[in-house]
Design a protein around this ligand. Structure first.
Ligand code: LMR
Length: 408
């Protein structure tokens, strides 16, 4: 029986860092995973987060004990995150007042997606639509957490968004769907991973009614809030737009503070589900199932990171500093993008400036990516995605020279 276990391929993103770590190339550069690094190549702690950490260390009344958090996380965290998402980032106050948003503190965005899929795949939906291309782990998460069918909608083709094709595919496929198990769809809230290209507000205005009319349940993946425009609030536009609709099977919002607070390893995020107003006990029923799911997998979330996030979200001075921290991060990423654009001057490859956020989707093919890795020690993900945060003054010349050689 144990011999039936087959070998799984290495993870398309994190597996590359394992390989990078043992590479002996003297000029090697890791441009794979989306972790923000400063211009000296260091993963630094945001000033807002560092202040929150020292407050936690010195204050006796900040509930620092190491006991278990409740299954769905701490109440303070829940209040602060709901307030941030639904009062500051969007106009969901009425939903909060009417007790229509269920909440789980999750192990970052991946944990939120996993818990959401368990609930959806058990009770609501057997099919999930994912953009093509998408974050390499999406299909893995949805498959392991119960979806029978993963479908891909054409999101980006030949260097640009392909909304007409995307909507046509949804319409064609959904006309023959099983009404008892309506499909779900993953929408990247901003900074689409890996392409860095998002629909404009006008395009979303065209997309959302189609999704709504087809009875598809949206799962918003919001991992990069603040990194598109540099402004946390502005970047919640998709959440705001989705809240203009009633979603009969709920609106699922999977959110993470990994990137925009730099809390990667602390696993701090949330799943919130906006539930329909009726029946009145629907929210508490869903709460009960979400609790059961969490308890069955990891029991309860870790505490420390959420205490840090709590302070950043609730202390006005730290909050203000956080907005500055996010803006600084986004400015540096934009600066790197422009510098590379100027150095490379690549007319045939994807235009740098239509993209934003952490990644540059180069348009390099898997063979070119492999040459970059083997010959130059430069690691991109196989789909040609480059994490701009790994680029700095010390390696940009080497990187651009190598890229030029590879595309010649
Ligand atoms: C990425 O896409 O690099 C990040 O979301 C990190 C991860 O977990 O893959």
């Amino acid at each position: 029986a144990l011999s039936r276990v087959t070998r799984a391929p290495a993870d398309k993103i994190l597996g590359l860092t394992e390989k990078f770590n043992v590479d002996r190339h003297p000029n090697k550069i890791n441009l794979t995973v989306g972790i923000y690094k400063d211009n000296r190549g260091r993963v630094t702690t945001f000033p807002s987060v560092a202040s929150a950490q020292s407050l936690l260390e010195t204050s006796l009344d900040l509930n620092n004990d190491l006991s278990y958090l409740p299954i769905t996380g701490s109440q303070d965290y829940q209040n602060n995150v709901l307030n941030f998402l639904y009062r500051e980032s969007s106009d969901g106050s009425e939903l909060l007042e009417n007790n229509r948003i269920t909440f789980v503190q999750t192990l970052s965005g991946t944990g939120a997606l996993a818990v959401a899929s368990k609930l959806l795949a058990t009770f609501v939906s057997k099919t999930v639509w994912i953009p093509n291309p998408s974050w390499a782990n999406h299909s893995n998460v949805f498959q392991w957490n119960g979806f029978n069918q993963i479908k891909y909608y054409t999101y980006y083709e030949d260097g640009k968004l392909s909304i007409d094709k995307w909507l046509k595919e949804l319409k064609e496929s959904c006309s023959s769907r099983d009404p008892d198990w309506p499909p779900s769809i993953v929408l990247h809230a901003c900074c689409h991973n890996p392409t860095g290209v998002d629909p404009t507000l006008e395009q979303w205005q065209q997309i959302l009614p189609v999704i709504h009319d087809l009875g598809i349940t949206p799962i918003i993946d919001m991992a990069y809030q603040g990194m598109e425009s540099g402004n946390l609030i502005q970047d919640a536009y998709l959440l705001r737009m989705c809240l203009e609709y009633e979603w009969p099977n709920g609106l699922f919002v999977c959110q993470s503070f990994a990137k925009n607070m730099g809390l990667y390893g602390e696993r701090v995020g949330s799943l919130s589900v906006v539930v329909p107003p009726n029946p009145l006990d629907l929210k508490s029923t869903i709460d009960s199932q979400l609790k059961k799911i969490v308890r069955g997998i990891y029991s309860s979330p870790p505490g420390y990171g959420s205490r840090v996030a709590n302070l950043v979200l609730s202390n006005p001075k730290l909050k203000q500093q956080w907005f500055v921290d996010v803006k600084n991060m986004s400015d540096r990423l934009w600066n790197v993008r422009i510098q590379m654009h100027e150095r490379l001057n690549w007319p045939n490859l994807v235009d740098f400036k239509t993209q934003h956020g952490m990644f540059y989707y180069t348009g390099l093919n898997p063979y070119q990516v492999q040459i970059l890795q083997e010959r130059y020690g430069i690691y991109l993900t196989e789909d040609g995605r480059m994490s701009l945060s790994g680029v700095n003054d010390g390696n940009i010349d080497y990187l651009c020279d190598s890229l030029r050689q590879v595309v010649q």
